[in-house]
Design a protein around this ligand. Structure first.
Ligand SMILES: Nc1ncnc2c1ncn2[C@@H]1O[C@H](COP(=O)(O)OP(=O)(O)OP(=O)(O)O)[C@@H](O)[C@H]1O
Length: 366
């Protein structure tokens, strides 16, 4: 038998060919040109009776690899697993130690669920396989401490100079809310607020992070503009709801980032629909299709849509998170899908090693 020629650790040539062909032809939103064009160091070994596909990828995507492994297992009638290392590269140079990429989460309008989405996006990126931190820059209403279950907690300092961030379920977190009480934070204005923010960013002893999510204050005024200029943001994500008034403000938000020449990775539409608990029917309480429309108009991506769901509010209020309770639950999967889209957009739009970015550069130079 052919298999007798292989050592116990070798995958048969037939299986290798089948896996390569499948991965080569595989297409999805985050792999528009297939998986193999962006994968490095692809090898296959036998691990007991299972095939282990090893590779290095440039952005986290554990959830999608899990689905691909299931499809390959069906195809080969043999268990296939992935063992992937993520090698996220910084797309923009900056001097903040330990952090590779800063992603700003903003909204033109207050109350659209920006902080809730920022926290869940951070946990989504962790669930997909990366090291992540969050910086609550919402100086006028820091809600991240509550959402992480860290209200009242105080960070410490090992050397008396840098503040050690707090940690909640593997997420490193810093917020003005850890340092001053809410009443004091709200009276801060202009320069004072931006100085406080700059200190939070630069004087925190961040661990090694692939992504730092910055929860920006809502709106598009001077303070937001200053912060956007102050932070070496790799890419921005704009949160909106489908209501006309929120959409109009989201457009203003994108224009603000354009003004300071920061790339917008896309839009997340929050409270897009309500799903009936009994029959599963989706009702679009605040209108339909708005996020998609403004994303198309701004030539950016709709990174995902989230339901108006009581579980999301309850989690945010109680300091828990759907992803940490059940990383494959319905709401968790939506956030993880958005997290993958954000990470992939950052890579394809901005990393010079990305085949898509490289393509754009070639076209421009003609
Ligand atoms: N998809 C959702 N489903 C249900 N409730 C949600 C959803 N998203 C956010 N919420 C709730 O809406 C309220 C406002 O959310 P959040 O504080 O995240 O908004 P924000 O845009 O950050 O507000 P602010 O402008 O004050 O910073 C919170 O009570 C939150 O739990």
């Amino acid at each position: 038998m052919l298999s007798n020629f292989f050592s116990k650790n070798e995958v048969s040539v037939e299986s290798q060919k089948a896996i390569n062909a499948f991965l080569d032809a595989y297409r999805s939103d985050i792999f528009p040109q297939g998986l193999l064009v962006i994968a490095q160091a692809v090898t296959m070994v036998m691990a007991k009776k299972n095939i282990l596909v090893k590779m290095v990828l440039p952005f986290p995507c554990d959830g999608q690899l899990h689905d691909i492994a299931e499809q390959l297992t069906d195809l080969l009638q043999q268990q296939v697993n992935f063992d992937v290392e993520y090698n996220v590269q910084p797309v923009r140079e900056h001097k903040i130690k330990g952090i590779k990429n800063i992603i700003a989460v903003s909204s033109g309008k207050g109350g659209v669920g920006k902080s809730t989405t920022a926290v869940n996006l951070a946990y989504g990126l962790i669930a997909e396989g990366c090291n992540v931190g969050i910086l609550d820059a919402d100086i006028y209403g820091p809600s991240v401490p509550t959402m992480l279950g860290l209200k009242g907690a105080k960070p410490s300092s090992n050397d008396g100079k840098l503040i050690t961030p707090l940690e909640a379920n593997g997420l490193s977190a810093m917020s003005i809310g850890f340092l001053v009480d809410d009443a004091n934070a709200t009276v801060w204005r202009g320069p004072m607020a931006s100085r406080a923010f700059s200190q939070l960013l630069n004087e925190t002893d961040w661990p090694d992070l692939d992504y730092l999510i910055v929860d920006m204050p809502p709106g598009t005024g001077d303070i937001q503009l200053t912060l956007a200029q102050q932070v070496p943001v790799a890419g921005a994500v704009v949160i909106t709801t489908p209501q006309d008034i929120a959409l109009a403000d989201a457009i203003k938000g994108m224009a603000m980032f354009e003004q300071v020449k920061l790339p917008v990775l896309g839009i997340i539409e929050n409270m897009s629909y309500h799903q009936c608990e009994n029959c599963g029917h989706h009702s679009h309480l605040f209108g339909e299709g708005g996020g998609k429309r403004i994303a198309e108009e701004a030539k950016t991506q709709l990174l995902g849509q989230l339901p108006l769901d009581i579980r999301i509010r309850e989690d945010a209020d109680s300091g828990s998170c759907a992803i940490n309770e059940n990383s494959t639950g319905e709401v968790a999967l939506l956030y993880r899908n958005i997290a993958r889209n954000v990470a992939a957009q950052l890579y394809y739009q901005l990393d010079m090693r990305s085949p898509k970015t490289a393509e754009v550069v070639v076209k421009e130079s003609k």
